[in-house]
Every structure is written in C-alpha cells, then in structure tokens.
Write a protein that binds this ligand. Structure first.
Ligand SMILES: NC(=O)c1ccc[n+]([C@@H]2O[C@H](COP(=O)([O-])OP(=O)(O)OC[C@H]3O[C@@H](n4cnc5c(N)ncnc54)[C@H](OP(=O)(O)O)[C@@H]3O)[C@@H](O)[C@H]2O)c1
Length: 254
C-alpha cells in the first residue's frame, strides 16, 4: 500500500453507532486508511466485534460504550479521548433510529425518542468533540442524513423531521467551523441493507415496493457508504463543505 493510501495515519476518528450497519462499515473504511477509530454505541459486545474488524483493516480501535442521548455518557466519551492525548480529527454522527407509524399513533415519548436519538445525540457528540478537533488545520464532520431529509414516505413524520433537522446543523456548522478548516457535510443514503431495514426487507410486499423505487434495483451495500465517507475525509476533499451527498441508487432522481 502506498503512503497516500494511509492518508489517515495519525488521525483520530469517532464513529457513533459503530456497533453494526453503516457505522461499522465507515469505521472499517477509515481504518483501511490507517485511522485510529473510536467506536461508540450502547452495545459493548458488538463494538468489540467492530474493533476487531478495525484492527484487521489496518487501524487502531478504542471502544467506548455510550448512550449518545445521555449527556454524561457523551462527556465520558470525550474524557476517554482526552486520556488518549485529546486530539481528534474526524467525527461521524451516524447513530440513529427509525420508527415508522402514522402520526396519530405516535406518543410524545416516541417522538422524543426519535428526535433525541437522531438529533440531540449529534448535537451532544459535536459539542463534545469540536474543541478537540480545532487547531489541526484539518477536520471532517459527517452527519448521516437520509433521502428522507429530501423526500419522504407516509409514516415517516418523526424520522423525516429529525433527518431534515440535521441538514440545518450541517450548514450552520460548516459556516462556524470553516475558519478551522473543519468541513461539515451530510451523507444521505437511500435504502441500504442493514438491521434498520430488516422489517422492510423481511416483508415480501414492502421489499418489492422498495426495490421497485430504486432505479438500480437493489438494496445498497454498506461498504459503499464507507467508501463515500473515506472520500470525504481525504485531504483533497477540503473544498466540499456545507452540503449533502445523496447515495441512493437513483431513488431521488424520480
Ligand atoms: N440503512 C439505511 O437504509 C439508511 C438510510 C438513510 C439513513 N440512514 C441512517 O444511517 C445511520 C445508520 O443506519 P443503519 O442502517 O446502520 O442503522 P442500524 O443498523 O440500526 O444501526 C444504528 C446504530 O445507531 C446506534 N444507536 C442508536 N441509538 C443510539 C443511542 N441512543 N446511543 C448510541 N448509539 C445508538 C446503534 O447502536 P446500539 O444499538 O449498539 O446502541 C447502531 O450502532 C442512521 O442514522 C440512519 O438513520 C440509514
């Protein structure tokens, strides 16, 4: 591997929701370029599996379990990075949940659950990590937004609201952090084959409906999200900020 392929050597990345799915794929992709990856979510056992994959891919891993909706847990995440030197360069705000149901069936607690898991978690992680990201002349913050930030479907009121809120955070933070050469962008996936979509993939009719809405005719492969995140972390991507990249098999082109 050439030196350029290890372009994240010496860089520290935090990937939230790294226990599975897209977060795990992005953690492994960053590791393949030599990053030290701090993997966090609530599930220590699955994080240990991700950590092993990170090490196999060529990176170093630090496991820090946290419920990212809990302020003290996010502070503990920051403390563990500070104990390891305190410099960090990449934050991927990926943790998220989806609840699909008609608006009239939503309890207030369920609404708060979606907004806290998808929006407040990203706010807390960003507030905690930004001070450690300043002063390096390089930084990347990525938010996992969604095609549901741009278009929607029935029964997605809370999810779409939460993912649209992240678009606003991307723009505001891109402006705020530009003087530090920290770029801030969204990645909007279409339907990817992860646990979040198991209820859809296992329902034959819903699976058929989804596949017929994807011009490329298949569920996305999480490794493709890893490669897009890696691209955005390259030094050459330093002029891309305040925007959102769709990776959706053509869903939103209709
Ligand atoms: N898959 C798709 O098609 C798709 C499409 C558009 C956008 N996205 C977005 O991409 C992101 C990842 O999706 P995915 O498909 O990989 O989902 P997933 O397989 O369900 O994984 C979600 C991750 O978020 C973590 N998480 C949720 N709540 C958390 C909390 N309170 N504290 C800490 N971690 C928490 C989970 O960790 P633990 O359960 O271990 O805590 C898990 O690691 C989400 O933001 C999702 O909205 C996905």
């Amino acid at each position: 591997m050439s030196a350029n392929e290890h372009f994240l050597s010496g860089k520290v990345a935090v990937v939230t929701g790294a226990s599975k799915g897209l977060g795990r794929a992005m953690a492994v992709a960053l590791a393949s370029a030599g990053a030290t990856v701090v993997v966090t979510s609530r599930n220590a056992e699955q994080l240990a599996e991700t950590a092993a994959m990170v090490e196999t891919a060529g990176g170093k891993a630090l496991v820090q379990p946290a419920d990212l909706t809990v302020e003290a847990d996010v502070r503990a995440l920051g403390d563990s990075i500070r104990q390891h030197g305190g410099a960090m360069h990449i934050l991927i705000n990926n943790a998220g949940v989806n609840l699909r149901k008609p608006v009239t069936d939503f309890t207030l607690d369920e609404w708060h659950y979606v907004m806290n898991s998808n929006v407040t978690s990203a706010f807390l992680a960003t507030r905690e990590c930004v001070p450690m990201m300043k002063g390096h002349g390089y930084g990347r913050i990525l938010f996992l937004t969604s095609i549901m930030s741009h278009v929607s479907l029935p029964e997605r009121t809370a999810y779409s609201a939460s993912k649209s809120a992240l678009l606003g955070m991307v723009k505001a933070l891109a402006l705020e952090l530009a003087p530090e050469a920290i770029t801030v962008n969204g990645i909007s996936p279409g339907p990817f084959a992860t646990e979040m979509n198991t209820p859809l993939m296992q329902d034959a009719e819903k699976n058929r409906q989804f596949l017929s809405s994807i011009p490329l005719g298949q569920w996305g492969d999480p490794r493709d999200i890893g490669q897009l995140a890696l691209y955005l972390c390259r030094p050459e991507s330093n002029f891309i900020t305040g925007t959102d990249l769709l990776i959706d098999g053509g869903w939103t082109a209709r």
